[in-house]
Design a protein around this ligand. Structure first.
Ligand code: UD1
Length: 430
């Protein structure tokens, strides 16, 4: 099994290019099947989640042509099956975006019901409520969600919770419903705006994405388009936290600094120096930082997907920080792994009390999920001695060439398959 082996202690220094946003890509790739003309998508992150979604898209008969690692063309004119099976949903929950896309286009779709996952129970009641409000009959049979309608008709839908997934899924279905839909209490994340912009580039009529009221006028058909995905806010934030944790100096390039504001403002509170330009942010933290308190919230609040990475940095500050997780109920599992590295973190319910230590110590740890996995890698890079991180398939779901980018910043990290390769790395590094 692949694992990372890391020798910590080097400040990470240099520039790193940030790829396209994974969570925008998942919505956009699914939405691409709604047109019968060819859609070209650029700046697509070449990560496992997008690879699996592209397989799901091929499995229903859409044509998928890879132009290069980060560019793909999709043509949905020949779709034969409207059923996405359990295998895809188990690998990647966001395959459920094909439910909204296919329901909008064909008024019919079947997708396996996603279960819970490592970070919480993750219900999808708001997705189903939205589809039903548009006139679909939605049933759950033998683990499959079946949605069908004679006609989809625009509706006024008020989400009970702010949800990224339901906002995107219902927005896609409403794009091809008859008449006007209003989504209230919609999520405002940058990737929602990106999916809406992409749909509009195909001829949809969506206004207000990025605010909590989205207005959609349904259209009969969507045309082809060429579209470049926005930069990944979370990948950028991960490297920014790595700069602080390793007392380094990293410039994240090809980013939209506005999308990073909740992260930059916290790093500033911690005492890091930040320089922003049009499409880059430099984070310098040559000294030990100060504690601060963080609460995860929907955008523009601090992202839950950045909670583990910033906690790693807070764990090395000169005092106690309080981190409150308000989006997912089970997102502190990795704290037990971090404890192996000598951290001083106590979790009570959805709150972590993080008392800074002077240094992590290398240990064998296991990635419990995508973002926590990346966070443990950062801890390893900041730690004294060697760390191994197992189950890195989680990290590969969402970070393209993570180890290569970290190495280009001076990180001593290698992906290895067995003990022999790990020993070789140790001999090389010394
Ligand atoms: C998306 C992101 C994920 C991120 C999360 C929050 C993708 C592919 N994934 O996940 O990386 O961590 O947003 O920013 O974009 N909820 C309900 N009912 C529903 C749907 C959600 O109660 O029908 C709850 C969830 O349990 C959670 C909260 O709403 O407590 C937010 O979830 P949501 O925004 O939907 O997250 P995802 O779209 O699954």
């Amino acid at each position: 099994m692949e694992q990372y082996i890391i020798k910590g202690g080097n400040p990470l220094v240099g520039e790193v290019n940030i790829g396209g946003a994974k969570n925008a890509a998942l919505g956009i790739l699914a939405a691409a099947v709604m047109s019968n003309e060819t859609v070209k998508i650029e700046n697509m992150p070449n990560v496992n989640d997008t690879k699996v979604l592209l397989q799901a898209i091929s499995s229903i008969g859409a044509q998928v042509q890879r132009i290069d690692d980060n560019t793909v063309e999709i043509n949905g004119s020949n779709i034969q099956s409207l059923c996405i099976d359990d295998g895809f949903i188990r690998k990647i929950r966001a395959s459920y975006y094909l439910l909204g896309a296919l329901l909008g286009k064909y008024k019919k779709a079947r997708v396996a019901l996603p279960g819970g996952c490592a970070i919480g129970s993750r219900p999808i009641d708001q997705h189903l409520k939205g589809f039903r409000a548009l006139g679909a009959k939605v049933t759950i049979e033998n683990g499959m969600i079946k949605a069908e309608a004679d006609r989809l008709v625009g509706a006024h839908i008020y989400f009970d919770v702010v949800t990224v997934g339901a906002t995107i899924n219902v927005m896609m279905a409403a794009t091809m419903a008859e008449g006007r839909t209003i989504l209230e209490n919609a999520a405002k994340e940058p990737h929602i705006v990106d999916v809406a912009n992409f749909l509009n580039s195909m001829g949809a009529d969506i206004r207000g994405a990025g605010t909590d009221v989205i207005r959609i006028r349904g259209v009969h058909r969507l045309k082809g388009a060429e579209y470049a995905i926005i930069p990944d806010q979370i990948e950028a934030g991960t490297f920014m936290c790595a700069a602080v944790a390793t007392k380094g100096d990293i410039t994240v390039k090809n980013v939209i600094p506005k999308h990073l504001e909740s992260i930059t403002s916290k790093l500033l509170e911690m005492g890091a120096q930040i320089e922003e330009s049009d499409d880059a942010v430099r984070v310098v933290a040559t000294r030990r930082c100060h504690p601060t308190n963080i609460k995860t919230l929907p955008y523009p609040g601090f992202p839950t997907d950045m909670q583990p990475q910033i906690l790693i940095a807070l764990g090395l500050c000169d005092g106690t920080s309080i981190v409150t997780e308000s989006i997912f109920e089970n997102r502190f599992k990795y704290v037990d792994e971090l404890a192996r590295m000598g951290s001083n973190v106590k979790v009570e319910g959805n709150t972590a009390f993080v008392t800074g230590i002077s240094e992590y110590r290398g240990a064998n740890v296991t990635a419990p999920d995508l973002r926590a996995g990346a966070a443990l890698v950062i801890a390893g890079l900041a730690a004294e001695g060697y760390t191994t991180v197992d189950d890195i398939h989680f990290i590969q779901r969402g970070y393209e060439n993570f180890e290569g980018k970290l190495r280009s910043l001076g990180g001593m990290i290698e992906k290895v398959n067995n003990d022999k390769e790990a020993q070789k790395f140790k001999l090389k590094i010394g």
